[in-house]
Ligand binder design. Structure first.
Ligand code: AMP
Ligand code: GLY
Length: 424
């Protein structure tokens, strides 16, 4: 089986790494890929949103299955175009991917199908948004309606911060068109969790849960990023809660979309807050999470290629999915300036060779005359598998400490809450 992964981040590297372990996969391609993939995969420099070139590439190279990584590809209609050409592709169509592409659309679906989420209001007029914010009071959350690489969300502690967020998104257009419309949402308090599921329309098969670390600095301080690290499992959240999330959130959402005539096939990712009133949805994503994928896939015991094929063929029901009991943890090493403007082109040294237990998933890296250099905000996802979270954490940080590039920064507290929960 010849497989193409679209994208070039840590998530795609993890997908590639797992797919290569499948006995049915004979050749892997990744477009555009990154500096860590070349040894294993062919990485032609095709943009993830260049739909026509991607279709042509898949046809010319007789790709048997294409896996779409980034949300931008979904929203550009990659899946729709592949399906029109009769090419097997993993991911939801553009119409269904709007569950991520438009926060307002997601909120309306949740309302209609009784999926618990925070109170909200959508605005196209900044004045009206500010009036509503003053009525509601702080803390309050302001979000760009469209895609903003996980950064278009401002958790405002004060009214001033909230009003500034509206100004930035709607008037200064910090995130461009994504700020044409905004959503103002109730502030939810609790433990955060990411639960992804394979969905083929009817059948929903959850993966193991993970916890992301969105803010850039230790102790959840500083601006939000795409994610600075993750770990799995999340011992502070019980199995019973996870089942509740599947039954009360993921399944009704998948079925609701089916009823709307928007069959959902791919990964449905629920970002959740475990509030005192039960789990509530913060957001849905229409794809694998990044960096959640880097900790979830190392725990997958089954053949990923088999699962993805089953989803695209609508026979997920027939497949059983096994998970490893081990824990995993990923520390993201980022470039100077991230999540703002970043400094690139720095030489990376000391990346340890992958073992069974430690994997360094590349994100913003490239090769210059053979040398590995930084090429983006999130550079490496240093990941380890261990008997428990504490040992996974120690192993991941040991690898991190061996790696060097100028301006590198990372959080030192990835997994700290999970480790603490396990002890008490
Ligand atoms: P999102 O991109 O919607 O996942 O938001 C990014 C991060 O902002 C989330 O992971 C949360 O940590 C935080 N966040 C988003 N919405 C809320 C909310 N309603 N209440 C509290 N925190 C939130
Ligand atoms: N780590 C959050 C996301 O993938 O959106």
């Amino acid at each position: 089986m010849r497989v193409l992964v679209i994208g070039g981040g840590g998530r795609e590297h993890a997908l590639l790494w797992k797919l290569m372990q499948s006995p049915r996969v004979t050749k892997v391609y990744c477009t555009p890929g990154n500096g860590g993939m070349g040894a294993h995969a062919v990485t032609p420099p095709i943009s993830s949103t260049d739909v026509e070139s991607l279709v042509r590439f898949a046809r010319e190279n007789q790709i048997d299955l294409t896996v779409v990584g980034p949300e931008a590809s979904l929203m550009a209609g990659v899946v729709d175009a592949f399906e029109r050409e009769g090419l097997a592709v993993f991911g939801p169509r553009k119409s269904a991917a709007r569950v991520e592409g438009s926060k307002r659309f997601a909120k309306e679906l949740m309302e209609k199908y009784g999926v618990p989420t925070g109170r909200y209001r959508a605005f196209t007029d900044p004045e009206a948004a500010i009036r509503y914010i003053r009525e509601q009071g702080a803390p309050i959350v302001v979000k760009a309606d469209g895609l903003a690489a996980g950064k278009g969300v401002i958790v405002a502690r004060t009214l001033d911060e909230a009003e500034k967020a509206v100004e930035d998104l709607m008037r200064s257009r910090t995130f461009g068109k994504a700020g044409e419309e905004i959503v103002v949402e109730e502030y939810l308090e609790g433990e955060e969790i990411s639960l992804m599921a394979f969905v083929d329309g009817e059948t929903v098969r959850p993966m193991v849960p993970a916890q992301d670390h969105k803010p850039v600095f230790d102790g959840d301080r500083g601006p939000n990023t795409g994610g600075m690290g993750a770990y799995s499992p999340v011992p502070q959240i019980s199995e019973e809660r996870i089942r509740q999330i599947v039954q009360e959130i993921l399944e009704p959402m998948a079925r609701g979309m089916e009823q709307e005539g928007l069959r959902y096939r791919g990964v449905l990712y629920a970002g959740l807050m475990m509030t005192d009133a039960g789990p509530k949805v913060i957001e849905f994503n229409a794809r694998f999470g990044d960096p959640e994928t880097q900790v979830v896939l190392p725990r997958l015991d089954s053949d990923l290629a088999e699962i993805l094929s089953a989803v695209t063929e609508g026979r997920l029901q027939e497949i059983s999915i096994r998970w490893k009991p081990e824990s995993s943890l990923c520390v993201v090493m980022a470039s100077e300036g991230y999540p703002g403007d970043v400094v690139k082109g720095k030489k990376i040294r000391g990346v340890p060779a992958a073992t069974g237990e430690t994997m360094v998933f590349h994100a913003g890296t490239s090769r210059e005359e053979g040398a590995l250099i930084t090429a983006g905000g999130r550079v490496l996802g240093v990941t380890a598998l261990g008997a428990d979270l504490q040992s996974a954490r120690e192993a991941a940080y040991r690898s991190v400490e061996s790696i060097e590039f100028e301006g590198a920064h990372y959080r030192k507290d990835i997994g700290a809450r999970g480790v603490k929960a396990r002890q008490t």
